[in-house]
Design a protein around this ligand. Structure first.
Ligand code: S3P
Length: 454
């Protein structure tokens, strides 16, 4: 395993979680939104002037993007906890990196950056860790080639790859074959450098942080719902002007303490300042359909995104059917939803999960295995995951293989808080990619060392 790791993860870090024997309680904030953090650094790097960012996620994925932006000539500096300053080079102004760009574990960083690079007449080589080097890049290199950029990839379109961006980039007109905000965003970022209109059609709406932030930096972006799907148009070669970005708490990270509170008897937890963009909140809708006591307080708009405080209280959940159309709005939340489903009464069927197979791990099989090793009956039928809930007690006692996937690790540890026997993970190191301080925050809610190294 050691040669499959990046230098920042020389050794696996086993971890375990056990039931605290008391309710979870307290208020907490979760780290900044990962999607918005990547975009803030990238847009700042191609804007004119200095972008001030607050609440930036200082997880390893986002730090990779910060390093890449520096390598491409932007000035990126941390000025305080979560406070960053990016002095940009203007649209089309990135310079050739002197070395390989290593995007670590981050698919978002890699794919969005390929969009930016496509529009610049520079040569770059990109790689990542063993998980990222397994993930499909053809889904971006194929549409991006229409700009005139050239790509040389490993077999199957995988990293490492080399790119020579287009000298005179052409605008893309592309109908997405899969619902993917990363592919949509890569096309739009390439369109920044092309004259004329870049047009992307998505069959189902995916997170729209790119569209929102492009507008915030002064670009002209229109969105139209048509029979063909959601049509996004960007007017090319805008002058992007630096603009302040306030990054809200990540709803995908808030999911973990929220599900933990729903499962540990007597719990009441408030997660403050969570991003509530409607294209991200499918998990909260689903949990409510399962009967969860979830409330939003103090709803407001901050930095152009809706945010609020989420109050979660212990509830006996009911199994339900989760429709496939829900997937884009909760694509990263299925592993932790499966943990909630394990404790629910009756069967939960989550439909249309094909995209889970190409995440940081094959999350569909990793989630099914997480459940099985802890005594829960689960099956994969086609692209569906079916979980037989126990109506309360989760046996636990298993060791979960996390496959370099932060969300599998955190889901397993949440399960341990609600299980009869502790749940172990082979490696908790990748939690640092998206949720630094996860275990100590959870232990703060538990009032004890419920999560610890074995
Ligand atoms: C992301 C989009 C999603 C999501 C990922 C972040 C983004 O990926 O899973 O964690 O920031 O655009 P896909 O575009 O592959 O669905």
């Amino acid at each position: 395993m050691s040669n499959a790791r990046t230098m920042s993860h020389p050794d696996p870090r086993p971890f375990r979680a056990a039931a605290p024997g008391r309710p979870l309680s307290g208020r907490l904030g979760v780290p900044g939104d990962k999607s918005i953090s990547h975009r803030a650094l990238m847009f700042g790097a191609v804007a004119v002037g200095t972008t001030e960012i607050t609440g930036l996620l200082e997880g390893e994925d986002v730090l990779r993007t910060a390093a890449a932006m520096r390598a491409l000539g932007a000035q990126v500096e941390q000025v305080g906890p979560g406070a960053w300053r990016v002095s940009g080079r203007g649209v089309g102004g990135l310079v050739e990196p002197a070395d390989v760009l290593d995007m670590g574990n981050s698919g978002t960083a890699a794919r969005l950056l390929l969009g930016l690079l496509s529009g610049h007449p520079i040569f770059a080589v990109m790689t990542g860790d063993a998980s990222l080097r397994r993930r499909p890049m053809k889904r971006v290199t194929e549409p991006l080639a229409a700009t005139g950029a050239q790509f040389w990839t490993r077999e199957g379109g995988r990293l490492p790859l080399a790119v020579r961006g287009a000298t005179d980039p052409l605008p893309i007109d592309y109908v997405l074959p899969v619902a993917s905000a990363q592919v949509k965003s890569a096309c739009l970022l390439a369109g920044l450098c092309a004259p004329g209109t870049t047009r992307v059609v998505e069959p189902e709406p995916t997170r729209d942080h790119t569209e929102n932030m492009l507008r915030h930096f002064g670009a002209t972006v229109s969105v139209e719902d048509t029979a063909e799907g959601r049509v996004v148009r960007l007017e090319g070669q805008p002058e992007l002007v630096a603009a302040p970005v306030q990054v809200p708490g990540d709803p995908s990270s808030a999911a973990f303490p929220i599900v933990a509170a729903l499962l540990v008897p007597g719990s009441r937890v408030v997660v403050e300042n969570v991003g509530l963009n409607l294209l991200r909140t499918g998990l909260f809708t689903t949990l409510r359909e399962m009967g969860a006591a979830l409330r939003v307080e103090n709803e407001r708009v901050a930095g152009g995104e809706p945010v609020g405080d989420i109050v979660a209280e212990y509830t006996e959940l009911q199994g339900i059917e989760v429709p496939p159309g829900r997937a884009p709005a909760m694509i990263d939340e299925y592993p932790v939803l499966a943990v909630a489903a394990a404790a629910a009464r009756g069967v939960t069927r989550m439909r249309g999960l094909a995209e889970l197979r190409v995440k940081e791990s094959d999350r569909l099989s990793a989630t099914a295995a997480l459940l099985a090793v802890n005594g829960i009956t689960a099956a994969i039928e086609g692209d569906d995951l079916i979980v037989q809930g126990t109506g309360g007690a989760i046996p636990g006692g298993g060791t979960v293989e996390t496959h370099m996937d932060h969300r599998i690790a955190m889901s397993a540890l949440v399960m341990g808080l609600a299980a009869q026997m502790p749940v172990a993970v082979d490696d908790a190191a990748f939690i640092e990619t998206s949720f630094p301080g996860f275990a100590s925050l959870m232990n703060g809610l538990a009032g004890c060392e419920a999560m610890a190294a074995p």
